[in-house]
Design a protein around this ligand. Structure first.
Ligand SMILES: C=CC1=C(C)c2cc3[nH]c(cc4nc(cc5[nH]c(cc1n2)c(C)c5CCC(=O)O)C(CCC(=O)O)=C4C)c(C)c3C=C
Ligand SMILES: [Fe+2]
Length: 430
């Protein structure tokens, strides 16, 4: 589902397995696998009651899983996993550069290894060799792994002719303070799960698979609210305390696919059903932000802090009245409010699917928190998504003075791998 709530919170409450409950029989396992197969076609993450899979399926003494542990996303499908699911409680973003001397052949072998690892781990199974055992009690926990290619990948592999124009470097923005060492990269991997150990396990497996073919360029770690924290699904909050994600495109909307995914007959052909992801490490200047009164914070965004409703009234999902004025004739939603000026109807239809992680990397020596948002947004074309909106924000957004863009990346994320295929095979073997 394409929203900012935690996927698990949308799963109907499943009874917790009784302590010491027997492991599922083969029969239960088969029917569950069938059920999972059907769900995969629609891109759902399952977290309902049923037999455990993978690590927990074999021995009678296997740890019973809760519905959070059982949640499972499908690796194979039309699109890669990790795009339309609810936000993971834990996430890692990691970029690699191909090692000196490594080219197309080594890259193809690496993507084959990564795809095999992703398929296994997302099913709750151990990796092919040398599994660390870190995730063995936890089930898949809605783990997703998503793979992308950066601009520099194509020259490194002699595939320049296959490089999409949409991967051209993002323009400079006046408010950028970008650290090149923590930006870009030949290859990009996104890992998300509702359990921190499951996510770390996947991260370590991906790093080990890279072997001598690729080296880590940068890594970032983030989090969202844990599933099950609230009894009803809620849009997530960010570290400024705002409800963030309300107006994300919904997969039920008729133009969702057109906005987020490259069409099946799109160009280049290897990007069919793929998407482009923009990643920005955006530090929040929290000391400044927290000095504002709640009313002032609300004017910056244009929405109420308590429930995310537009300042023009109603509830979180009410339409924002952009023309409404108060008794003094002032606009109720200020002209530079973030939620006003980022709207598609204010940006020639530009839209994106935001799927961020919060981060907190400690406290600087001067006492300033190194915290903010790993802003991850998906679109069919960055020139009709991130770029025009960021240009607008750069020119004058009430939120911009409280933010610092510190790192940036743009990656081409190919469509999902079919059975017996690895991610990116159509590029690397086409
Ligand atoms: C270039 C794109 C965007 C950046 C960068 C960005 C940073 C950013 N945003 C928030 C908090 C909120 N954003 C909200 C809405 C919103 N933001 C963008 C784009 C960028 N935000 C869009 C396209 C939208 C939706 C516009 C619409 O369709 O109406 C909101 C309001 C609630 C919501 O709809 O999600 C908040 C809050 C932060 C904190 C931040 C950087 C750290
Ligand atoms: Fe925003």
């Amino acid at each position: 589902m394409a929203d900012q709530s935690i996927s698990e919170a949308r799963t109907p409450a499943a009874p917790e397995p009784r302590e010491g409950a027997a492991a599922p029989t083969d029969r239960e396992g088969i029917s569950r696998r069938r059920l999972l197969g059907t769900a995969g076609a629609t891109g759902l993450v399952l977290g309902a009651a049923g037999g455990a899979v993978g690590y927990a399926a074999a021995p009678a003494e296997a740890t019973p899983l809760s519905s959070v542990g059982e949640g499972r996303a499908m690796f194979h499908g039309k699109h890669q996993p990790g795009i339309t699911e609810g936000l993971p409680a834990r996430g890692h973003l990691i970029a690699f550069d191909l090692a000196p001397g490594a080219g197309r052949k080594e890259a193809a072998a690496l993507l084959r290894r990564w795809s095999d690892t992703a398929r296994r781990l997302m099913a709750g199974e151990p990796s092919a060799d040398g599994d660390t055992g870190v995730a063995q009690d936890a089930g898949p926990s809605s783990l997703t792994l998503t793979f992308g290619f950066g601009h520099s990948f194509f020259a490194r592999t002699g595939l320049e002719k296959q490089r999409p124009a949409a991967l051209d470097p993002l323009p400079d923005f006046s408010s950028d303070h970008l650290d090149k060492a923590r930006s870009d990269g030949d290859l990009w991997v996104q890992i998300g799960a509702h359990d921190a150990l499951v996510a770390f396990h996947a991260l370590r497996a991906v790093q080990k698979d890279a072997g001598s073919a690729a080296r880590v360029r940068w890594q970032m770690n983030g989090f969202n609210r844990s599933p099950g924290t609230t009894t009803r699904p809620m849009t997530a909050r960010n570290l400024m305390g705002q409800i963030d994600g309300t107006r994300n495109p919904k997969s039920s909307e008729s133009d969702f696919d057109q906005r987020i995914f490259v069409p099946a007959n799109g160009a280049p052909a290897w990007m069919a059903n793929g998407s482009y992801v923009v990643v920005r490490r955006i530090r929040m200047l929290l000391d400044d932000w927290e000095k504002l009164a709640v009313k002032e914070q609300e004017a910056v965004v244009g929405r109420r802090k308590s429930d995310g409703a537009p300042l023009s009234g109603g509830t979180e999902t009410s339409e924002m009245d952009l023309e409404k004025t108060d008794s003094a004739g002032n606009l109720v939603v200020p002209i530079n409010a973030h939620a006003r000026i980022t709207r598609p109807d204010q940006n020639g239809g530009a839209a994106m699917l935001r799927r961020p992680l919060s981060y907190h990397d400690g406290i600087d020596p001067d006492g300033v928190p190194d915290a903010g948002l790993l802003f991850v947004c998906w679109q069919a074309d960055p020139l009709r998504g991130f770029v025009p909106v960021q240009r607008k924000l750069d020119r004058g957004d009430a939120l911009t003075p409280f933010l610092r863009h510190e790192a940036s990346g743009l990656y081409a994320v190919p469509g999902g791998a079919a059975e017996n295929e690895y991610v990116g095979q159509r590029l690397l073997e086409g």
